[in-house]
Design a protein around this ligand. Structure first.
Ligand code: CP
Ligand code: NVA
Length: 305
């Protein structure tokens, strides 16, 4: 594994390896065992969009691994004034040992790796959010012990989260159902991938059909970063897609709800459902830290150590 661009690139074995290492790093952190596995390295973090969890969990994780994080906002970098990415990347390649980037186009992440020569981690693009999905899978396994025989249901927009979850959940062996309004389906490449899984994947426009017998239910905002001018139109299109107690009554009795956050109460999730599932949702947020540390160890440890 040289980069983390998207879930489609990871094998089931690589996912399991990252989750196992993440569990170990979580255990060590809880027991005060230091793991400075990237001692002396410098990891850049480029942000072209806002962030709370990604920024802080990467910054803390890099520090705990003994490396130095550099927060690089596009509004401060010359990228924000038009310097081409291929030039910025070639410069960063000479200073840093690794880079995480949050940006718009998926191709920007891949170009950054190509021109910098560094291992690059996708911290969210319009197409995918692999770090979040690794944390989600870690959380599911933590509470449900195994992925065996589980059904994951996603209700909402066929966005970066949906694209990544469908792939990650199918790869680890879960059945997946998604409920998305017409016109808001996941990317065509994701639907093509899911086709290979036959009846283990189901897509509908009816949330009440998708949640039936689900063990894990996931949702995300209706309007992602960069889509703010569509907010009104989306609010109309997603009517009926709110995770309420009533909707979830069709799920398995011991269901858990995940949300990558930030959450909009009474839009994609009711305040009641959110609070009843807070123990899962905030463990999921914590697990960003452990999962990303595992990814960084796998990508960067052998480069200089
Ligand atoms: N879930 C997530 O990526 O959160 P941030 O946008 O706060 O980083
Ligand atoms: N789909 C959301 C995820 C935020 C973490 C967005 O892209 O804004």
């Amino acid at each position: 594994m040289e980069n983390l661009f998207k879930m489609l690139d990871l094998s089931a074995t690589e996912i399991t390896d990252i989750l196992d290492l993440a569990d170990q790093l979580k255990y060590e952190r809880k027991h005060g065992i230091s793991h400075k596995l990237l001692e002396g390295q410098k990891i850049g973090m480029i942000f072209e969009k806002s962030s709370t969890r990604t920024r802080i969990s990467f910054e803390v994780g890099i520090t705990e691994l003994g490396a130095t994080p550099l927060f690089l906002s596009s509004s401060d970098l010359q990228i924000g004034r038009g310097e081409p990415l291929c030039d910025t990347a070639r410069v960063l390649g000479r200073y840093l040992d690794g880079i995480m980037i949050r940006t718009f186009k998926q191709s920007t992440v891949e170009d950054l790796a190509k021109y910098s020569g560094l291992g690059v981690i996708n911290g969210l693009t319009d197409f995918s959010h692999p770090c979040q999905v690794l944390a989600d899978l870690m959380t599911i396994r933590e509470f449900k012990i195994s992925f065996y025989n589980l059904k994951l249901c996603y209700v909402g927009d066929g966005n970066n989260m949906c694209n990544s979850l469908v792939v990650g959940a199918l790869k680890v062996g879960m059945r997946v159902s998604i409920a998305v309004p017409k016109g808001y389906e996941p990317d065509a490449t994701i639907l093509e991938f899911a086709k290979e899984y036959g009846d283990k994947f189901e897509m509908t426009t009816k949330p009440e059909v998708a949640v039936k017998d689900a063990d894990v239910i996931v949702t995300d905002v209706w309007t992602s970063m960069g889509q703010e001018d569509e907010t009104q139109k989306r609010a109309e299109a997603f009517k009926g897609y709110c995770l309420t107690k009533d909707l979830l009554s069709a799920a398995n009795k011991d269901y858990m709800v995940l949300h990558c956050l930030p959450a909009h109460r009474e839009e994609e999730i009711s305040a009641e459902v959110f609070e009843e599932n807070a123990k899962y949702i905030f463990e999921e947020a914590e697990n960003r830290l452990h999962a990303q540390k595992a990814v960084m160890v796998r990508l960067y440890q052998k480069r200089t150590q």
